[in-house]
Design a binder for this molecule. Sequence first.
Ligand SMILES: [Zn+2]
Length: 701
Amino acid sequence: MRNITLLPLIFALALPALSQSASGKGTSTMTDSHSKLPWMSATLAKSEKALVDKYGEAQRARAQRGLKQISEFWNDKDGNSAAFEEFVTANFAGDQATLDTMFNRYDALLEQYNGHMQEVGREFRTQAELDRGPILPFDDIFAGYDPSAHFIDDAFQNKMAFVVLLNFPLTTLDQRLTEGPNWSRRQWAEARLTQLFSKRIPADVNLEIANAGAESAKYIAEYNIWMHHVVNDKGERLFPAKMRLLSHWNLRDEIKSDYADTTNGLAKQRAIQQVMERIVSQTIPAVVIDNPQVDWNPFTNEVKPAAEKDSDFAPSPKKPVTNASEPDTRYAMLQRTYKASKLADPYSPAAPTFIARSFEDNRQIPEQRVRAILEQVVSSPEVAKVAALIQKRLGRPLEPFDVWYNGFRVKSKYSEAELDQIVAKKYPTAEAYRADIPNLLVKLGFPKDRADYIAANIIVDPARGSGHAMGSGMREAKVHLRTRVEKTGMNYKGYNIAVHEMGHNVEQTLSMKDMDYWLLNGVPNTAFTEALAFVFQARDLELLGLSQPDAQAEAMRTLNDFWGTYEIAGVGLVDMGVWHWMYDHPNATPAELKAATIQIAKDVWNKYYAPVFHKKDVVLLAIYSHMIDSFLYLPDYSIGHMIAFQIEGQVNKAGKVGPEFERMVKSGNIAPDLWMKNATGQPVGPEALLKATDEALNVIR
Ligand SMILES: [Zn+2]
């Protein structure tokens, strides 16, 4: 579910804008103004002496640390040696009182900046996001504008960032994890403050990263397969006319829905697997991509002019009908995102590779731990047991595409129509839902006064789309619940989403308004806020006064989640392997990257999947489009599943949602493992998921 929150807006600011829609070929030459300044080492020694002379020997270590930290970011445009010395003398907080004042002022002022930028951004997007009449072209200009896009650049230029780096410690993830458990809240807040300014990536580098992301996203967005033109040896068409599937999402989802087709399902699934393998291996004929004018047999790879017409769509310019392969474009796109990301390395001293930034800055879980966690799932004894169960339910041996098995479902006790009726009666308008929020929170176990306090902070708006939650950037602003209500009243789908988004709003309220330091507002990452929102969503029927899904249904849901985690964990391992290979082979050709990706996908498959599927050398784990345009994002999915099980398990143990929810979110934006230890006693890991799977296996046999 979409959760628009700028909760760590300021942290997001420090990251390259991955989704910027900038276009054009980023051929800028990267200027390295960061190269060692000839006067720096003498100036550092001189400045250190000046600070110790002024504030005493006790301040030497702090002075050394601060000077080193600013020297890593200072460039010739920031000033000469005299300017450096002057800046240091004026801005070093040499006693505790001054340091406290400085810290508190930054905490308060950054809250104001962040909060108001969030408010401006929300207002600018109002017409685009709310159901308030036509969107005019200029509304999109407002909606696309990010008023805080240049914050980090500005903060270095005006030296707001250098003041922080001179006075507070930059930390590594390793320090935050090993020393963090003994830190005070203030120390954590200081760590978050300096993290804001731990990178100074030049605008041209950020632009190139955005361009690379945009170009590969465009490649992915246009990668459709016209399924009516996928034919078998007899020239038969298995798929309906006009069916156009985007790789990989729609192809995968079609495999899932084909389980319901008892006539042609299996043949369709096998054909899609073949299509996917051709995409990964780039043996797919270039002419069949997004082209309904040719028929293609993915098994023989034969291509012919289409014998049937189901669309006027044709690629332009027209391509000759041959089975000449796509020329490794997939891997050229991936490689460009790598090369662009690497340009930022010299400007990120604390996390000097993209892989480090991905794990240490974004995910905040060390790479080795993420790898170990994923491997723990794919090599768990539960895999064979669940696989045997699937095989029994299918009544045939597993085939590789069964990594997308979706048959762990039970029919709901209530029909969608029944539920629609109940919900529409209860919530004829968005206002009716808003008025009921305090009651809903009381039903979830929040004390009445807390329910009223939280509800008073939630503004309900009519959304254009399906709904989303929007957090605030400061304590004095409210959070927004965007929900869609039809003229006939709210329907069940809208209600189910509204309950999920309300979960986000409650988290956003508590983790902002009640936080001791603004710098610690929020949760460690989006997986946490999603898991907390699902705690609410899973209780939607109960909130309507209906009975919740029974043990059977819960067990099915768990098995479905386990199988999904097993699948996506392998995909994450491939993504990680490929990024390492790219860093190890910076000058590889796209063809070499293709060969390496195929080998990595096969290796992961052969180790963790072949024993279950009894087939070796399958490359399906490399089909995910995120691998090409999403910059090492795939490991997040598995971690998200695990976090959801940990949080849900803890809430179930506590019995009541309300007090436990409040207790958990109080930790704020500290390291994920510490947050989870405070919440459940354990760091982030798959144990809760595996335990729930064992229990589910006792229910479903
Ligand atoms: Zn969500």
